[in-house]
Design a protein around this ligand. Structure first.
Ligand code: SPD
Length: 268
């Protein structure tokens, strides 16, 4: 059986052995066992991760902001119900991590059938909140780092790409980081983020190769008081190994090709 994700006249086909689990609530969540990429999480028809390359994504989304932060003790993750980003956050010497996920089915299904959290949901430093991330920001305290691990900016994730969301994030953290879609395809998503994220101070984009995401080239946005002088010091303190991230990959991720540099500069 083949799973095909289509986007803007192209797509990615992944051969699957079987569907392991499915839940339908505010989103359709499916977990597959693939032929070559291990287990795969799909939400509303879009690939969220495979075991083959999820660390490319989660390590960049988490260690770039965490290692650039002077003192990251209190961390908020918005989305990320599969637990991959949480697992990476817990490698740092943090006091508290709050994960705010709108759809409890994502957490339940992934905990039971995927397991990439590696026990992160049971860690005593972790608090899980089932709530809309945008609404949570209206009443929460300030965090050292906010990480947004969302699906594409449609449906329940649409508010996480709105100007008012970025205004709140700017108030509520020292360092901010979000996944920012593909800069190559479905460009309306990427451009919307560039336009609406203007309330964030000191914005910068960085890139990573994520083989099972559209066109394999993925972007992220970081903002606030991030400082690359802390990268090596913080990296040395990480507990557990990284498979993809290292300080050199961190720095090189900010080297944008000319076509993208121009697009980003024009939007700022
Ligand atoms: N089109 C895929 C976008 C996926 C970004 N989020 C992935 C969530 C994995 N924790």
């Amino acid at each position: 059986m083949d799973f095909i994700e289509r986007y803007d006249g192209s797509g990615l086909m992944i051969s699957v052995k079987r569907k392991i689990a499915e839940a339908k609530g505010i989103q359709k969540i499916e977990i597959y066992e693939t032929e070559s990429f291990g287990k795969m999480l799909v939400i509303d028809g879009k690939i969220q991760l495979t075991e083959f390359d999820e660390h490319f994504y989660h390590e960049m989304l988490v260690h770039v902001p965490m290692n650039s932060c002077k003192r990251a003790k209190k961390v908020l993750i918005i989305g990320g119900g599969d637990g991959g980003a949480l697992r990476e956050v817990l490698k740092h010497d943090i006091e508290r991590a709050v994960l705010v996920e709108i759809d409890r089915n994502v957490i339940n299904l992934c905990r039971e059938h995927l397991g990439i959290d590696c026990g992160a949901f049971e860690d005593p430093r972790v608090e899980i909140v089932i709530e809309d991330g945008r609404k949570f920001l209206e009443h929460c305290e300030k965090f050292d780092v906010i990480i947004v691990d969302s699906t594409d900016p449609v449906g329940v994730s649409d508010p996480l790409f709105g100007k008012d969301f970025f205004e709140l994030c700017d108030e509520k953290c020292t360092v901010f980081c979000s996944q920012a879609q593909s800069p190559l395809i479905q460009k309306n998503y990427f451009r919307k983020l560039l336009e609406n994220s203007s309330p964030l101070k000191n914005r910068a984009m960085f890139l990573a190769t994520i083989p099972t995401y559209p066109m394999a080239l993925w972007s992220f946005i970081i903002a606030g008081e991030y400082d690359f002088r802390f990268i090596r010091r913080n990296f040395r303190k990480i507990k557990g190994k990284t498979k993809h991230y290292n300080p050199e990959v961190h720095l090189s991720a900010f080297m944008l090709p000319e076509w993208l540099k121009k697009e980003v500069e024009n939007a700022y």
